[in-house]
Design a protein. Structure first.
Length: 255
């Protein structure tokens, strides 16, 4: 809710065009589909969201606040998007999407096409990655999808087709990507391990609420405490699993 009202590092400092909240129910089995709550209300103004966050328990949450850059404000355009047990969200845009939309949409597997319910570039990108094998190899499939976007875009004279940070999860692992065609991508951060934060700030009572395996990936830090968040570098994917964080190069310029 705080970032919906004030996002100082974001391209849009206020994100009031809807939000989405996805989670895997507590005690769910591997492969179970996540639950969703999405709304066109501003996140700071939705009482139902406050009620949900007080009572829902889950090992993994996805949340997104939206500033509509073109596609209409409607529930089906709110992130995250879902396919079976997978969730996806995107902070950014495909530049010149209107010029690329037909080719990119036609590249989506016909079996997935009916599941595209909204009109955003992000949902098309997700389904394009699914078509290219996201559920088998998220890093390779997302890379192929973005390279296709860049190829189609440049054929139409778009210099920098891809911009943004992306997050995808199967309910166990999270892959968070930071990449743009221009190499000037929107920010992406993740928290350091909780035990380290407790050592740095022994008097912070709030830290007692978190388990030792708590992890947080955000577009920008949620507080001003030095050392709590690390920035994910350009052209990098941060992989988060039970063992912690791992960084891998993603679509470096020599790929």
């Amino acid at each position: 809710m705080a970032q919906s009202l004030d996002s100082p590092l974001g391209n849009e400092t206020v994100n009031g065009d809807g939000f989405g909240f996805g989670w895997y129910p507590e005690n769910a089995h591997a492969g179970d589909a996540p639950a969703f709550f999405r709304s066109i209300e501003p996140a700071w103004n939705d009482q139902n969201l406050r009620e949900l966050t007080r009572s829902v328990r889950s090992p993994l949450f996805f949340s997104h606040v939206r500033a509509a850059a073109g596609p209409p404000i409607q529930q089906t355009n709110c992130h995250p998007f879902r396919h079976q047990n997978w969730m996806f969200m995107h902070n950014g845009f495909l530049d010149g999407f209107a010029k690329m939309k037909r080719d990119l949409t036609f590249a989506v597997d016909p079996s997935l096409y009916p599941t595209i319910l909204g009109t955003t570039d992000s949902e098309v990108l997700f389904n394009l990655a699914l078509t290219l094998g996201l559920t088998d190899d998220p890093i390779a499939a997302m890379g192929e999808a973005i390279r296709m976007v860049e190829a189609v875009g440049r054929e139409r004279g778009i210099a920098f087709p891809m911009q943004g940070t992306l997050a995808v999860t199967d309910g166990v692992t999270v892959w968070a990507f930071r990449y743009s065609s221009q190499g000037r991508t929107r920010t992406l951060f993740h928290s350091v391990d909780v035990d380290t934060v407790r050592e740095m700030y022994p008097g912070a009572e709030r830290l007692k609420l978190f388990g030792s395996r708590a992890r947080l990936i955000v577009s920008e830090p949620l507080n001003n405490l030095p050392g709590v968040f690390n920035e994910v570098p350009e052209s990098t994917v941060a992989v988060v699993d039970a063992s912690g964080y791992h960084h891998e190069p993603f679509l470096a310029t020599n790929d």
